[in-house]
Design a protein. Structure first.
Length: 256
């Protein structure tokens, strides 16, 4: 069975065991859905994202380092857009950021910076650190952020696990983390276990592409079973993890 077939299978399983927002009994998660995942973008922010995408689309061929094979490959703007977050889930990420109003955000996997742009315009008061292992992509993202005057973003060209350890050593604490990097089972679990060291009881971890592969689905299942997780929520793409105290342990698959 190919990857696409697995993704369809996982999504059907998700829908079979899912609830609408009215089936969520946690007031905390209900507000997260209504005021976060279902929020609409402001018109000026929509225009900013459209312009950002247009600039990505116009990028000519450049050499990008494949972090899996350690080989360079040729990419262009259209391929970068295909790799990036789509409009539907970009809006959901935007809504979550506006709802939680995080002061400190960490993103793993910048690519061309599209998801970072959603985060930046959603809550300009936040300080965002976005980590990208490919020098070519990191450089493109930096240029786009400068052009669109997204000044609350710091781009770090580094291996993600090493940089998380550096943040831990600096006693850094993230309020929101968006993970869109290594899509393997072990890589995702490694990220999760490291990120617990730089997050707290009021932090939210958002994992992208939880049904991308068997490995990602297995990793997601392991994460929500971790004793430190109090509340978790899965959409057809995002997985949200919370470590809140004094709240009943619950997990929901959300049908939107």
């Amino acid at each position: 069975m190919g990857k696409i077939s697995y993704q369809i299978k996982f999504r059907i399983q998700h829908l079979t065991h899912s609830v609408s927002r009215f089936g969520i009994h946690s007031p905390f998660l209900y507000q997260c859905v209504v005021k976060g995942l279902k929020a609409k973008m402001q018109s000026q922010d929509v225009k900013t994202i459209r312009a950002f995408k247009q600039d990505i689309r116009q990028i000519q061929h450049f050499s990008a380092l494949d972090l899996g094979t350690k080989q360079n490959r040729s990419l262009n703007g259209k391929s970068l857009l295909k790799m990036g977050i789509d409009s539907r889930y970009g809006q959901k990420l935007y809504g979550l950021c506006r709802h939680f109003r995080p002061q400190h955000i960490v993103e793993l996997g910048t690519s061309a910076g599209l998801s970072t742009a959603y985060l930046s315009i959603a809550y300009p008061e936040a300080q965002i650190i976005t980590v990208e292992g490919c020098p070519g992509k990191a450089n493109i993202a930096k240029q786009l952020f400068q052009k669109h005057q997204l000044h609350n973003i710091t781009v770090v060209n580094a291996e993600a696990t090493n940089y998380i350890n550096q943040l831990k050593a600096d006693n850094y604490r993230a309020d929101l983390v968006f993970v869109d990097a290594d899509h393997s089972y072990s890589g995702t679990l490694d990220f999760y276990n490291l990120l617990k060291n730089i997050t707290g009881h009021n932090s939210v971890l958002i994992f992208d592409d939880i049904y991308w592969s068997k490995g990602m689905k297995k990793a997601w299942k392991s994460i929500i079973q971790d004793k430190h997780v109090s509340v978790s929520l899965a959409t057809m793409r995002f997985g949200l993890v919370f470590f809140k105290k004094n709240i009943a342990r619950q997990h929901f698959n959300l049908r939107m």
